[in-house]
Write a new protein. Sequence first.
Lengths: 286, 157
Amino acid sequence: MRYEAPQTVDQAISLLAGTHGNPRVLAGGTDLLVQLRAGFIDPELIVDIKQIDETTAITAEDGGFRVGAAVSGARLKEHDTLSLLWPGVVEAADLIGSTQIQGRASMGGNLCNASPAADTVPALIAAGATCALAGPGGRREVPVEEICTGPGQTILTDGEFVVSILLPARGSRSGDAYLRFIPRTEMDIAVVGVGVSLSLGADGQCSAARVAVGAVAPTALLVPAAAEALVGGVVDDAAIDAMAAAVRAVCRPIDDKRGTVAYRIEVAGVLAGRVCRIALERAGST
Amino acid sequence: MAKYHITTRINGDDVEFLCAPEQTLLDVLRDDLRLTGSKEGCASGDCGACSVTIDGRLVCSCLVLAAEVGGQEIETIEGMADGDRLHPLQQKFLDFAALQCGVCTPGFLIAAKALLDRNSNPSETEVRYWLAGNLCRCTGYDKIVRAVLDTAADMRD
């Protein structure tokens, strides 16, 4: 195995594209080093992307923020204006692991690890975030919901990697939230995770919404039908119930030690309602 | 196999070492630099016994490649006492019997110091959440939490 820490995106692409034997990108390493140590992976090359400005910066862009793929959860949480704009995304990232893990773990890594239970992914999808990918074929900007194709699987082609994630601008009277259900209070993996982002018009009716759910399918899912249940009316109990029913309808979870199929589907709806109410309260107070 | 020549600072001293690409920072600290205060508990980032700070940021050294730390500022438990004078947290851990077997203690001390460096007046809840990544099988945590809170109170005076 070799270790390289390129200074630029182009150097990283050359290294990744020029190496046979499954080269791996290192951001915070909180998944990668565990997989290395356990012998799950045996790469020829590790490309550490933390020497690259673009992957380690948080920059304002068109009223939103572009977050480098390797920015740690700790740095994200310390960014006050980003935390005000997208509190649900920041709280999703903050749920991952301990203080020590927060010092290293990144949203880029959480996304590319492609766990169905990744906490930041439903929150990012709800936020309408996009990813800047760079590879031998050039650059492309892809919605977060299109990145993962199954557990551990992504659309990234050979030599391609996630450079940054764009959290877009949003109007006033908007709010987002993320909650996951775990059987304990800390240090666990989501049984279900739900992200909701919504905006209210001047008349108090819901003008836009995105709802995403994690850990109940091979990938996190955007649920357009759930958003449609909210948009165009007042977000009252009936609308929230309809939204929760739409979330339950798309769940196709597995039975495992964390929860049964029936349990996960039930909890997904309950959680969606709670998350929606938090997002609504935030939207009303901005 | 190629070795990487790394120049870094550990506890305020300039340090150079050679490492293999797969060696973790914890491997190098313990096996090559003989700084054995940081412990390997789980080697998967779950237990916090290997906690160090890198550029002031609390991390598990088992989840950092040694090759990554060039030019960075590392603090380990060996740098916590000032000669024979224990850091207030270390003294308070003794006073409160906040340890039994001691394997988790260096990690708890490094993590607690990182908290107090940021927040001189943490609530009990903040202490418990901050230290949730440090596991202790002996004390039941309560003495540790009280030692941290009491140290914070002393250091504010």
